[in-house]
Each structure stands twice: as C-alpha cells, then as structure tokens.
Design a protein. Structure first.
Length: 386
C-alpha cells in the first residue's frame, strides 16, 4: 500500500502547481488574473448548479470529474488564450504529452482511468464531455460580463467569441446562456428565469477566490485561497477514495467538498490552529449558508445547503471521509514548504495529532498511518515542538 500511496501523492503534489498557472481572465473584482485551479473549481460548481440545463443523457458527476482534470496539462503547457494567434496543433501535441506525463505519476489503474476521462473531454463527443465543454466555453464570458466594470478589451473578446468564435454554437446548445450574454453585451436587461436565477449565485461564488487561508502553496510562494483549496481536495478525495474507513459515494463526497467552503465568502477562513470562537464562527457560517444558497431557486438551494450541512455534521461515512481529506491536504503542503502554518501558529506534534490525526483516523485511517511517521520526522528535523 505504501508504494501506491507514494504514487498517488506524487500526482497530488504535482497538481498543486496548477494554482500558479495564470489565465487571460481576471477575477470579477478585477484584482488579479484567475488561475487554472480556481477556474477548474468554479467550472465544477457551474456543472452542479446548471444541471437542470444538462441533456437527459448527461451524467453531471462525470462531467464534474472531467472539469477537475481538464486543465491539469497546463502545468506543463501553460494557458493559451483563444484570442491570441496560436499553433493549435502544436498545443494539442504538447497537451497530449503532458497528459501522459502527469497521469503517469498515478498507479497504472488510476493513470489509465484519468487519462481516458481527460481524452474523452478533449474529444468533445460524448454527452458528458459536451456538457463540460459547453460550460468551459460559457463561464469565461460571464467572468467578464458579470464584473461591475468589465474591461473593454475583454468585452470585445467576448463579443467576437459569441458572434463567430467558439461560443457561437451556444445559441443552439445553450440558448439561455447565449441570450443572456448577448443582452449584457447590448446593454439590455437579460430575461429573467432559470439561468439568470442561477448566474447570480455563480457570480457571487467568485469571491471565494479572494478568501485567503492560513496554508501556503507547496512552493511557498503565497497563501492558498479557498477556491483552489476546494478544487485540490476534490482531487484528493477522488484519488484516495479507496482508503475511506467505510464505503462511500465518491461523487457525493466531491459535491460536499465543492460546496464546503462557500460560506467563507461571508464568514472568512477558520484556521484549525488559530484561536477561534467556534460557536461564533458556526453562527457566521450558518448565516452565510442561508444567504448564499438562498440566491438559488428554492428547491435547489435547499438541496445544496443540505449537502453542506451533512458535511458540517460529520456523521455520515461520506462526510467523515470528506473531513479526513480536508485535514490531509495542508499537512502535505507543509511537509513540502518547510513547515508553513505549523511554524506560524507554533503548533506542537501532539496538537497536530489531536486536530488532524483524529478526524483523519475516523475517516481514512490508512492515510493517517502513512502520514503520521512523516509528520514526526518533519517536526524533529525542523526542531518544532514534540
């Protein structure tokens, strides 16, 4: 099992680099470029929320998995904006090579499955891939158009894309989104209805990309944000699902992790090693959940809020495994970046065992058995409190 876990974590560590790949798009507040990891998280949220618009033969959870993977090759190839002159055949060759390299880090069975799913997305022929691709061509437009003061140069890219570029076909396959984007471009009020009702929530969710956590990226270049963290632990749960303490529905776990930190838009991050009034924080998060999920149509908002509440309660097998994964990711980063938040918060090894080891042991004991010796060795090597 150790060799298999070593390979799985080698892949998950490499995936951290996607957080440093900048896209041509910027955040809705125009503060900085969006990165490909948080973009992938946001697209997964789009896929979940816009499920009522998916064709009947679409498996939305498979589409979500595609979107978690689809941009990983950019770790090797970088992002390629659609409006720039590009040798797309060369990009395609480079991306295929990157996919073989990155997915090849995984154990052979997972490498084959992940590579096949990425290849299916790229082919854009199956119902699941077409749904995922449709959203990947749709979301960047609204990333521009939903800003309070959209950048004029970006608006022109959207205008061309919608009229004659890759997004023009949305008029046939997703007319609600096409019409909404065209109305915003024309300065008209978009039609009310199902898409507009959900777009408000999806635009609000962009703020999660600006919520900074106490943890740092593995390269120690900056603090991680909660959107890219959510993407990464979804990948963790998918790769490490076999180590759950009890049988779990991984797609339900992925939905929990997709949603679990949204409340931080209002309530902020709650570092596990910080001095926090937990009752006050829970009240803030409950109010945030009511506001945010209340932006959606009533039935859908209630369903998504119930998933969030199940995760917070940490009683079901799915939630316990999700909580375990949520606790594993930061220690892995700290092992790579020289101690990170352990040093910032003067954490002792017994504190780490209590705050991390307990939930990980409940949800995925095999992961804790693999991780604990590495933590002990690291604390000794860095001279941290034992």
């Amino acid at each position: 099992m150790t060799a298999r876990l070593d390979a799985q974590f080698a892949f998950l560590k490499q995936a951290d680099r996607l957080k440093t790949v900048e896209r041509a798009n910027v955040l809705l507040d125009l503060s900085r470029p969006e990165n490909s990891a948080e973009h992938s998280w946001h697209l997964a949220l789009w896929a979940l929320v816009l499920a009522p618009f998916a064709a009947p033969d679409v498996d939305v959870d498979r589409s979500i998995r595609m979107l978690l993977l689809h941009d990983l090759v950019e770790i090797e190839t970088g992002d390629h904006p659609i409006h720039e002159a590009t040798d797309w055949l060369a990009v395609e060759r480079a991306e295929r090579a990157a996919a073989r390299k990155l997915f090849g880090l995984l154990p052979p069975d997972q490498a084959a499955d992940f590579h096949a799913l990425w290849t299916e997305f790229e082919a854009d022929e199956s119902p699941d891939a077409r749904y995922a691709k449709m959203l990947d061509r749709c979301q960047p437009m609204f990333q521009v158009l939903c800003a309070d003061t959209p950048r004029p140069d970006h608006v022109e890219v959207v205008r061309e894309n919608l009229s004659s570029g890759r997004a023009a076909y949305l008029a046939e396959v997703f007319p609600e989104a096409h019409a909404h984007a065209q109305a915003l471009l024309d300065g008209r009020a978009p039609a009310a209805g199902g898409f507009a009702d959900r777009l408000a929530f999806l635009a609000e969710a962009d703020q999660l990309k600006t919520v900074l956590r106490a943890s740092r990226l593995m390269d120690d270049s900056r603090f991680e944000n909660s959107a890219e963290h959510s993407w990464h632990i979804m990948l963790y749960a998918w790769v490490l699902g076999e180590y759950a303490a009890a049988p779990v529905d991984i797609d339900r776990v992925l939905r929990m992790l997709l949603l679990h930190d949204l409340v931080e838009i209002d309530a902020g991050d709650n570092p596990i090693h910080g001095d926090v009034d937990h009752a006050a924080q829970e009240a803030l998060e409950a109010a945030a959940a009511e506001r945010l999920f209340g932006l959606l149509p009533v039935e859908q908002g209630a369903a998504l809020r119930a998933i969030w509440q199940e995760f917070e309660a940490a009683q079901s097998a799915d939630a316990l495994f999700g909580k375990a994964v949520d606790r594993v990711q930061t220690p892995i980063a700290n092992l790579e970046n020289g101690g990170g938040s352990w040093i910032t918060y003067d954490v002792s090894l017994p504190q780490l065992v209590a705050r991390v080891g307990t939930p990980v042991s409940r949800g995925a004991p095999g992961l804790w058995d693999w991780l604990h010796p590495q933590l002990s060795a690291c604390f000794t090597r860095l001279g941290l409190r034992l």
